[in-house]
Design a binder for this molecule. Sequence first.
Ligand code: C5P
Length: 232
Amino acid sequence: MNPILVALDVDTADAAHALADQLRGAVGGFKIGKRLFTSYGPSIVERLVARGDRVFLDLKFHDIPNTVAGAVAAATRLGVWMVNVHASGGRAMMTAARDAADAEAAKLSRPAPLVIAVTVLTSLSEDAMVEVGVNGGIAAQVERLAALAQSAGLDGVVASPQEIGIIRARCGASFQVVTPGIRSASDDKGDQSRTLTAAQALSAGASYLVVGRPIIAAADPRAAAERIAAER
Ligand code: C5P
């Protein structure tokens, strides 16, 4: 499939659906995050799913296992294609997420969503990690949490471009690596500091690319998506 997942980082449901209508068929799916979900709730997901879109529900669940299991089951009922949790919630929480996705999907006779984990937020610096008690460095923590997610039965992780290699080496070829921070050579990088082009990220081992502003802020979003897809 087309590996581009477009982050619908806009303020209104109307703007999100207008973008989806423009991009449908030119991209692999759409990412709905906390911003739209908090304003509009499940209806925004349901409407995309009803149109046949793959939806990555990026709510980064992190809670006790029973609560996360309930949330993942609810996401499965919504028909999302991918959902995520924080790996730092621990093995039991991730196993509960996996089991809930599988059990709910089986009940509904549909494929289970991909359940992936966030390892370390890329907004955290080495100093910020030390402040929360992680002293061994970000790279080691990313690798540890990716391996834990895999052993808890999750399908993959979200990883910044510079982490793809570490995770591929540790977790193997069939683990999904979902990578934001994608920019063309000519793009404005905005607040992303370490970026890769789509081609570089895929050849480094990314499975899916989360792309926001280079597509959604373009004058012609569909043309921008097609250009990025052609770069791979
Ligand atoms: O606009 P841009 O292409 O930078 O958007 C990237 C998307 O991926 C945004 O939705 C952003 O929140 C998300 N993201 C990220 N870096 C991470 C995790 C998620 O940029 N480490």
